[in-house]
Design a protein around this ligand. Structure first.
Ligand SMILES: O=P(O)(O)OC[C@H]1O[C@@H](O)[C@H](O)[C@@H](O)[C@@H]1O
Length: 312
């Protein structure tokens, strides 16, 4: 049939409402995605840092500094910076010259694409890649291995899943630590507790690296910077509560540690890119990682780590 003669009844007849779809948009600096139910994420290509995670009501779940560097001039303060291949700084020879928390959070990643699932349980997965050929030449010289990092950020109505797959593409084994440095947004840190760390041992970074034992839930009344080895398996959640109500639960995959961090008053003052200065009240970092020792990755091997953060 000639198209021009086609009866126009098809367009005139009201059909079922078109199903809202997952939307993904990207530009030169970030990738954003929104589910039909309203949840959204925003990921900065610099560091593949998740900067924002909003629930269906538009409420932000992550803390981001007002002074965060978002122009690639440094790692972003807030969201979910990725720590690799060293946690903090270390005199362990292969990483001794690397900057604090390594280079993944301060390298420009490539957006590799999206996968979406539509329907009642719609979701979106954004994939990002960083390979040894694409990091800064200074870093290539300081940490001269061949590797690919694949980072996937999956948004579902109640969950945010971040997965890092590390592959050794070279001839030489390398050792690494990694950690997902999530800054959670809270209303008042003094009302916050972290459960799931009862009976865990921890290294207290604000008390001479002493090893201590946790009794009861973690509460906050001063600068807190601790490397926990939870007594529970990674599949059992660490839970952040505020004023007695669960806010976030965190399940770990292949990450045997959890760092708990709040800078409190003085460290917040001393941290140039932390604004406003009283924002220490509004953040808590609970950071699944493998940071107690060194994980060796041999030629051709891969290692996958992940966190699933769920809302109540
Ligand atoms: O200032 P940075 O490099 O982002 O690190 C923030 C904090 O990150 C935490 O994971 C560390 O345990 C702290 O010691 C550190 O201060």
């Amino acid at each position: 049939m000639n198209r021009a003669n086609k009866p126009s009844t098809l367009s005139a007849t009201p059909g079922p409402e078109p199903q809202a779809q997952v939307t993904v948009s990207s530009d030169n600096s970030r990738v954003s995605a929104q589910l039909p139910t309203g949840e959204s994420i925003d990921v900065l290509l610099h560091g593949a840092t998740v900067l924002s995670w909003k629930d269906a009501a538009g409420d932000e779940k992550l803390w981001l500094s007002d002074a965060a560097k978002l122009d690639g001039s440094g790692p972003a303060r807030g969201g979910i910076p990725l720590v690799f291949p060293v946690f903090g700084t270390s005199d362990h020879p292969p990483v001794a010259k690397l900057p604090q928390h390594g280079f993944a959070r301060n390298s420009r990643w490539e957006f590799l694409g999206k996968s979406t699932s539509e329907g009642a349980t719609s979701g979106v997965k954004l994939d990002f890649g960083l390979s040894s050929d694409n990091v800064d030449e200074t870093i290539q010289a300081l940490w001269p291995y061949k590797y690919t990092l694949l980072y996937s950020v999956t948004l579902e109505p109640k969950n945010l899943v971040t997965t890092l797959v590390i592959s050794n593409d070279g001839e030489t084994s390398f050792e690494f630590q990694t950690l997902l440095h999530t800054y959670f947004k809270v209303n008042n840190i003094e009302d916050v507790q972290v459960t799931g760390l009862e009976d865990a041992s921890y290294i207290d970074k604000v008390d001479g690296l002493k090893t201590k034992a946790q009794s009861g839930a973690v509460t906050f009344s001063g600068e807190t910077d601790r490397i926990y080895t939870p007594a529970i398996p990674p599949s059992e959640p660490l839970v952040i509560t505020e004023a007695g109500k669960p806010k976030f639960s965190i399940v770990r995959q292949n990450l045997e540690n959890a760092v708990v961090f709040n800078p409190w008053v003085e460290k917040a003052k001393a941290t140039a890119d932390l604004e406003p200065k009283d924002a220490w009240k509004n953040l808590v970092c609970v950071e699944p990682g493998t940071v107690g020792g060194w994980h060796q990755l041999d030629k051709g091997d891969t290692f996958e780590v992940a966190q699933t953060i769920s809302l109540p």
